[in-house]
Design a protein around this ligand. Structure first.
Ligand code: WTA
Length: 633
């Protein structure tokens, strides 16, 4: 099992070793796992092409490490505890032994469909145990999972299915989210009908028993598929560098890209970080509230905890259902020891029930975490006082879909937790801050672009089907560096504070959204000439979406037009990308080369019209007054 850092001295020692001898450091960590064949080379380090490989030549299967390896020592321990949407329904417990049997049955069912190593399988699922079972079933047989958040629209789902040519889609009939019951199978039907010719089977878990359409040659009920399937399924032996999964995420330009993670390095890094960041102890109950459609769900609901032999809690519902005490009720009910959530949830719960945590026994909590976006000071203090209550330090964890695992974070009880600071890099992570010219700003009290100088085991390997995009996005801005897209500061003690994205990505309720995608969606409306989308500070969501829209004709009924635009965005992407504010304009500010000057739009949307800076380089400086006068903030 992964070694845990227990003191500041051990942290310093591990960190120093990871920099002086990264290969030795990671080889030691990797040797705690089950390998069918040992690697011959620890690291291939090429940040230019890029071509990064870890544990090269090693053979393994991640599910053997998540499941089989634990049967002898913890076969009867809960692997997953599932808490349903409705608090009065019973929770479900799956032991490691039971989980392995379910995974194998599902793996055999997938095999019976003809799924083979390397095939891509798309997921569009609610937060139910079957999502974990099916993800592990894919990994068992070497199929590559591509989980799509079940809040995306049919269009967005179809785009992702086509990009990676998925052979099977796994979904449920419905998805219960608080008071809503969303017909997800309908969305899958619609998506598949949009030219997803690669899809041979749709595997449907009956979650609510609601009515669905049925395509007999294509659709298979989960319960029928696993009927009679063996509980044994030999794991496919994978190369360390074989793909484990694809996860689509937004960038500053174009369509979402499929971030690719591979088996060996991802396994070592997610487990190492899980054990250290949450200081998980034998018997603890760990709960991460993320959705499995995002990287946090992959790394810290499923893989990291199960690799570490932990008990991981999954929750089907939403924080406010039936009331703002639900999270705290679940913590009390299951005696949760580590709790990991997003600032947007913290802010929403703080607003809806400032004193709600007081009514619950939260004494089991030992560590509380935050992820996905900067946490503001007020929310940090509320979380610390009302939820942590002096017993549970906050770990403000910074990382990304592309990094696979947590990169910069306090270690609870080991390094101090300072409000709004992700603090120190984990062993193996070598961050640096660059100025706009790519010059490294050494010393403390500096601010600039956050880059990472050296590979770590779970760094993305490529973007699916388009390696050049991976190179140009992350490795081309500054030679020999991974560029994060985030801005950061370092304080006098060397702690990092993440400021936010420096590119055209915005972070809405912890969801990454590319402004270009939202613009493309808005522009689909026949009445729209062009649009520009920027983020602006939002009390609950962190950032809200502000859209400036230029219409073909004078807009008579603004509200009606706004509703139509929201409908188009919902159809193209999903409700999470709906603009909060739409301002109609007669022109957008353009540079002489025809580019939209977003700096000005961002300032106006943020209520900072007084500090627009130099606008004289605009092609159409006269538009600025109109933009300011029409601002809706
Ligand atoms: C932001 C989520 C501040 C950041 C794991 C990053 C954060 C993007 C933090 C990645 C944090 C994540 N403090 N900002 N603790 N964690 N971010 O890919 O801008 O969904 O680049 O991965 O979220 O979002 P993603």
């Amino acid at each position: 099992m992964t070694l845990q850092i227990k003191s500041i001295e051990q942290y310093q020692e591990a960190y120093d070793k990871s920099v002086e001898d990264p290969e030795g450091f990671w080889a030691e960590q990797a040797s705690t796992f089950l390998w069918r064949k040992k690697w011959h080379t620890v690291l291939k380090n090429d940040f230019i092409t890029p071509d990064v490989q870890w544990f090269v030549g090693g053979k393994m299967n991640i599910t053997e490490n998540c499941l089989d390896r634990h049967i002898a020592t913890r076969g009867d321990q809960d692997a997953i505890i599932w808490e349903p949407n409705e608090p009065d329904e019973p929770s479900v417990h799956l032991t490691y032994r039971e989980l392995l049997a379910e995974v194998n049955k599902c793996a055999n069912a997938l095999k019976s469909f003809g799924v083979k190593k390397g095939d891509r399988i798309c997921f569009y699922m609610p937060m139910i145990p079957q999502v974990a079972i099916a993800i592990l079933a894919c990994a068992r047989i070497g199929a590559i999972h591509s989980v799509v958040f079940a809040g995306f629209s049919a269009n967005a789902l179809a785009e992702r299915i086509k990009d990676s040519q998925c052979k099977v889609v796994i979904c449920s009939d419905y998805n219960r989210r608080g008071p809503k019951n969303i017909p997800v199978k309908d969305v899958v039907d619609e998506a598949v009908s949009m030219g997803c010719d690669s899809v041979e089977k749709v595997l449907v878990f009956q979650s609510t028993g609601g009515k669905v359409m049925w395509e007999p040659n294509r659709d298979v009920w989960w319960h029928d598929a696993i009927k009679g399937m063996s509980k044994e399924c030999a794991p496919e032996i994978m190369d360390s560098e074989d793909m484990l999964f694809i996860l689509y995420t937004s960038g500053s330009t174009g369509k979402p890209k499929g971030v690719v993670h591979t088996c060996g390095g991802y396994m070592v890094y997610t487990s190492y970080t899980f054990m250290n960041v949450f200081q998980y102890q034998e018997g603890d109950i760990y709960w991460c509230t993320a959705d499995v459609g995002w990287i946090t769900g992959h790394s810290y609901i499923i893989y990291g905890p199960l690799l570490s032999g932990a008990t991981t809690l999954m929750f089907e519902g939403v924080p406010g259902h039936p009331d703002a005490g639900r999270f705290w009720h679940i913590c009390e009910k299951h005696r949760v020891n580590q709790f990991y959530t997003a600032p947007t949830a913290i802010r929403a719960l703080m607003a809806a029930g400032y004193n709600a945590p007081n009514s619950y026994d939260l004494s089991s909590l030992k560590v509380i975490g935050s992820v996905g976006e900067p946490i503001n000071e007020e929310a940090w203090h509320w979380y610390d006082e009302k939820v942590g209550r002096g017993n549970a330090p906050i770990v403000d964890t910074w990382w990304q879909t592309e990094t696979g695992g947590i990169m910069i974070t306090p270690l609870p009880g080991i390094t101090d937790s300072k409000p709004c600071f992700a603090s120190y890099p984990l062993p193996g992570i070598q961050p640096c801050i660059l100025d706009a010219n790519g010059i490294e700003l050494t010393g403390n009290e500096v601010e600039g672009l956050l880059c990472i100088k050296f590979p770590w085991p779970s760094i993305l390997r490529t973007t699916y089907g388009d390696h050049e995009r991976c190179r140009s996005n992350y490795f081309a801005a500054f030679p020999n560096m991974y560029f994060t897209g985030d801005g950061a500061k370092r304080d006098t003690d060397g702690r990092y504070r993440i400021i936010g994205r420096v590119d055209d990505v915005i972070n809405v309720s912890g969801h990454r959204i590319g402004t270009a995608e939202v613009e493309d969606a808005i522009d689909q409306h026949s009445g729209v000439v062009e649009s520009a989308v920027v983020g602006y500070p939002h009390d609950i969501k962190g950032q809200g979406i502000y859209a400036y829209v230029k219409a073909h004709h004078e807009v008579i009924d603004e509200d009606h037009f706004r509703r139509e635009i929201l409908a188009v965005v919902t159809k193209e992407i999903g409700p999470i990308a709906k603009p909060d504010i739409i301002q109609f304009v007669s022109q957008l500010p353009k540079t002489r080369s025809g580019k939209i000057m977003r700096r000005i739009l961002r300032k106006i949307a943020s209520g900072e019209s007084d500090s627009l800076g130099d606008t004289s380089t605009l092609l159409n400086p006269e538009c600025v007054e109109e933009l300011k006068a029409g601002a809706l903030v």
